[in-house]
Design a binder for this molecule. Structure first.
Ligand code: PLP
Length: 438
């Protein structure tokens, strides 16, 4: 047990030892390892609604939601029953199947895409989208923003957020320089930098890829009109505008972040990427957009992309069932719970005298520590007093609340979060806020 931890975790500790013996760092995705906050990662054995239970039989209010997918909460009875039903009829055919068509139809009905290709992870979706953009335009350069994470795609790891910023890794060994040579990294929300890059390289840029709203450097909302400006700039230069909605898609509204912004302002990305919610807790993701662009994909066109488990019937059934249940009432309840939770957190931090900003976009939020100035870029986020997060995180964990083990990640709410969860938050927060003040 480390000095940051009081809770008895003998079973998790034992499993962590076993995991470390057979896996690098004892985990299958870096941020799960608690490196940034210290202590023993909890090994979960079950989950229901908004609650997680670990191997030591401790129950936590879950504000990670599997990093976004669990829009309806864990083990939703209708999702579980649909999955059991379809799995009993075979788990993978390697042929076209029915639920993948229905899931694609549901995505096309909600999001501004005419055609979609299903894949198995958000990483695959963005990797394939930039290949398609390069194949379609015949150009090589890509523009991305510092602090935006698009999965562990070689070319897109330059100044990426998520685990890289949590662990303080600026880029990563193993990505040759020539792979990132064509990637232009700009500050988020900086229209002048975008204009300058396009003036200089406009006819060489295949696409600009951005998170629809940044959630991987903590939450950083796009300035009003920023995405519309990006869409316009790309169009003027014949580049494709790729909006990464892996995190925000079908979470912030029926049509993701685009539904609360682009749909109202009258612009559309050329390509979008999705993941997380659309898989209902299973590995399913997608990219889609303009039909003329998507028709460049094999077998319709020359750009190759494929996957043994793409459109897997179990994963697509979980996603389809989730999306069909995600009606206006679901989004309303998530928005309301999130607003109440944000108010509780902010009041407790004010009470303890901790300067902070609650950074939010729709129901997604994170806390910026030690400042009262809203962050608009990765540089702003990096200037915060992130050291306050570790003690806060552990005080919350101790009180039975599971937050992301990093200051640079969004908190996620589900439709299963209820008053019991808010009461647990209300009783945990005063001590946690005092821990952050120390
Ligand atoms: N794009 C965004 C915006 C993400 O947040 C993530 C994952 O967090 C990804 C892409 C990569 O998705 P996956 O982890 O499924 O590969």
């Amino acid at each position: 047990m480390t000095d940051v931890e009081q809770q008895a975790t003998p079973a998790s500790s034992q499993w962590f030892e076993r995991a470390r013996a057979v896996s690098p760092g004892g985990v299958n995705s870096p941020v799960r390892a608690f490196r940034a906050v210290g202590g023993t990662p909890r090994f979960m054995v079950s989950a229901e609604g908004s609650w997680l239970t670990d191997a030591d039989d401790t129950t936590y209010l879950d504000l990670v939601g599997s990093w976004g997918p669990m829009l309806l909460g864990h083990a939703h009875p209708q999702v579980i029953s649909a999955v059991q039903d379809v799995a009993a009829r075979g788990t993978s055919f390697g042929t076209p199947s029915l639920p993948e068509v229905e899931l694609a139809e549901e995505i096309v009905a909600r999001a501004p895409v005419e055609s979609v290709r299903l894949v198995s992870s958000g990483t695959e979706a963005t990797m394939s989208a930039i290949r398609l953009a390069r194949g379609f335009t015949g150009r090589n350069r890509i523009v991305k923003f510092a602090g935006c994470y698009h999965g562990h795609v070689d070319a897109l790891l330059a100044e990426a957020g998520s685990g890289l910023v949590t662990l303080g890794i600026p880029g990563t060994p193993g990505v040759p320089e020539h792979v990132t040579a064509d990637v232009i990294v700009l500050p988020y929300n900086d229209t002048a930098a975008v204009t300058e890059a396009f003036e200089r390289y406009g006819d060489e840029i295949a696409c600009l890829v951005t998170e629809a709203a940044a959630g991987n450097m903590g939450v950083v909302a796009p300035d009003p009109g920023f995405n519309a400006f990006l869409a316009r700039t790309c169009r003027e230069h014949g580049a494709l505008f790729v909006s990464d909605e892996v995190m925000t898609g079908f979470r912030l509204s029926r049509a993701g972040h685009w539904g609360i912004e682009g749909a109202k302002e009258g612009w559309r990305p050329d390509l979008l990427t999705f993941g997380k919610v659309m898989g209902g807790g299973f590995p399913a993701a997608a990219f889609g957009g303009r039909r003329d662009v998507m028709d460049h994909l094999a077998p319709s066109g020359p750009v190759y992309q494929a996957g043994t488990l793409s459109g897997n019937p179990v994963a697509t059934t979980a996603g389809l069932t989730t999306l069909r249940l995600a009606d206006d009432a679901v989004y309303r309840s998530i928005d309301e719970w999130s607003a109440e939770a944000r108010r509780l957190v902010s009041d407790a931090l004010d009470e303890a005298g901790v300067p902070h900003v609650v950074q939010e976009v729709g129901s997604m939020f994170s806390i910026l520590w030690g400042t009262t100035t809203r962050a608009r870029s990765f540089a702003d986020v990096q200037a915060q007093e992130a050291w306050r997060y570790g003690p806060f995180f552990h005080a919350m964990l101790e009180a039975g609340i599971y937050l992301p083990p990093s200051a640079y990640e969004s908190w996620f709410v589900s439709a299963a979060h209820d008053d019991q969860g808010l009461s647990r938050m209300a009783s945990a927060l005063p001590a946690a806020a005092r821990a952050a003040a120390a």
